[in-house]
Write a protein that binds this ligand. Structure first.
Ligand code: HEM
Ligand code: HEM
Length: 199
């Protein structure tokens, strides 16, 4: 077990609370990952299909998943403001830690930019159906803004691919090379200490 966690894995250690994200932050993180794993293939398939009822439905599913991501990220940022992430083990920030932090903020920025630009494009003078259950309000019609939003949406996907790749590769590096317990900060404890994790 990494030193940073072994020191605190004793039952009921108050320090354990400071070594992990809260269970709520973890749940919101993995929910975002699941939604992203769903929305991207839906996007790729929907833009490849010919005009058809199937394509219309995939667009509805894509837009609805995207608006759900916007809501989850808003809750996530509010939760984060009230529950700051635990300090990283190992003292003062190194350059790599700063890169990690920057990556996280850029990911948040893109997790907001993608749904907002999608809504500005799709909701331009038209309501946006949420899974066919209800409509999100139409935005005032503005052709120029719609086109800019479309460009931002199409370019933003490349930022998502690059940052998620960097993020996952750096997690693999922490797990396989540094073995410093970083992934353990984002998953529930794997032993009896589970009860000590703040919610
Ligand atoms: C995190 C959220 C989102 C992600 C990661 C995402 C990702 C994508 C991707 C990868 C594409 C394919 C682009 C291409 O190569 O043609 C796409 C297209 C599209 N998305 Fe999203 N999207 C998100 C949210 C939304 C939302 C909330 C809406 C609308 C309410 C939306 C509306 C659209 C539309 C209309 C297209 C087709 C664009 C075009 O071909 O002109 N997206 N999205
Ligand atoms: C679409 C995919 C993903 C997105 C958008 C995403 C986003 C984020 C964000 C924004 C944070 C910062 C949390 C904060 O401080 O508020 C974070 C942290 C973290 N993520 Fe992800 N993540 C994704 C996928 C993954 C995957 C697949 C893994 C594991 C292989 C992972 C492992 C982690 C870990 C371990 C942390 C905590 C890092 C630390 O303690 O500094 N993430 N993620």
């Amino acid at each position: 077990m990494p030193d940073s966690l072994s020191k605190t894995s004793g039952l009921r250690s108050p320090a354990l609370a400071a070594t992990r994200y809260t269970l709520t932050a973890q749940a919101l993180h993995w929910l975002t990952v699941l939604l992203m794993l769903a929305i991207l293939p839906v996007a790729w398939v929907m833009v490849s299909l010919p005009k058809s009822p199937q394509q219309v439905w995939l667009f509805v599913i894509h837009r609805s998943l995207g608006m759900t991501i916007l809501a989850v990220v808003a809750v996530r940022l509010a939760w984060r403001a009230a529950h700051p992430p635990p300090p990283l083990p190992g003292g003062p920030s190194t350059a790599m830690e700063l890169v990690g932090r920057l990556t996280h903020w850029l990911l948040y920025a893109l997790l907001l930019l993608m749904p907002v630009s999608g809504y500005l494009q799709s909701g331009n003078g038209r309501p946006v159906s949420y899974l066919g259950l209800f409509d999100l309000p139409a935005l005032p019609e503005n052709k120029g803004l719609g086109e800019t939003a479309q460009t931002a949406h199409l370019l933003g996907q490349w930022g998502i691919y690059a940052l998620v790749a960097l993020h996952v590769l750096s997690t693999v590096w922490h797990v396989a090379v540094r073995r410093d317990g970083l992934l353990g900060r984002m998953i529930p404890p794997q032993d009896d200490a589970a009860r000590d994790v703040p919610r």
